[in-house]
Design a protein around this ligand. Sequence first.
Ligand code: TRP
Length: 352
Amino acid sequence: MKEVVLSGIRSTGNLHLGNYFGALSKFVRMQNDYDCLFFIADLHALTTHPDPKSLHGNVKDIIAEYLAAGLDPEKATIFVQSDVPEIPELYLLLNMHVGIGELMRTASFKDKARKALGIKSDNDNDDIEKEIIGTDSNKRVNAGLLTYPTLMAVDILIQKAHKVPVGKDQEQHLELTRRFARRFNSFYGVDLFPEPTNFDFGGAPVKVPGLDGSGKMGKSEGNCIYLADEEKVLRKKVMRAVTDEGPQAPNSPMAQPVQNLFTLLELTSTPDVVKHFTDAYADCSIRYGDLKKQLAEDILKITLPIRERYLEIRDNDEYIARVVKQGAERARERAAKTLAEVRDVMGIKRFW
Ligand code: TRP
């Protein structure tokens, strides 16, 4: 039997190059070797983006992007979280074994709670727990945010997934998932949930930098190249990427913004192109304009075909419906089996 691989993405906006290199391109390779499930976490999106006007469209965009990038519904199970009602039911049950203390100590919760309350500081010493308890109902930290890790654990455990490809920022959630699985198994004296591990498919994790010279590419940083970007828009973004005044002496160290452009080039271009510009940097003959033109060209080679397929698929409601219906049926079948086992060991039994 193939090992079960599962990963989810929140439906909070279009996919960018970071999502592509960090996750999607790996999923496309994994689907050949593993029993894969990939889903859109729309219930998780509600914890921060409860916007009925955009939610459904966002879910649709991501499905279309998944498919456009090469996920194959015949190989992998592609589904929408809210199409699987067994998930919220197990979420309720699992929450009985989760401590609010451990949830409150989760780094992502503290971050989001601070944001919700408009607290700037990100040092661990501020008394966020006290702040939360003291808030009135206008400025609140919603309970869904607190129990976010339970819901994520359920996504994973209900499918009995072994491997969960996620970024570093999700490692703590995965650690909690393992803890909840262990706790449940030992409380009831069963061996029901496997303990999932992070899964780096093919080498070191890639950190895709943004175009603003600082850190990682991220939706909330506003430094993204989107898979669905129009050609003109994409070129413009790359040409405007932050650089510096250029190397002043041969073999100078590279400033972070320039290093970032080289990292993007390494991800998208051929080794000889990378070497050409690395050499040009070393001997001070580099022109950043040329580097950026080349970079835009090489990024477009990857994104434009995806964009074209994406636009096509997004217009094909009937196809999307077919894919997610089939995905939901498969995901539900497995989820229902796990849920029945859980109800049984917990002593929830029907009289009829
Ligand atoms: N929390 C994940 C993120 O923000 C998304 C997610 C939800 C997920 N459920 C999951 C990822 C289950 C892996 C497995 O990226």
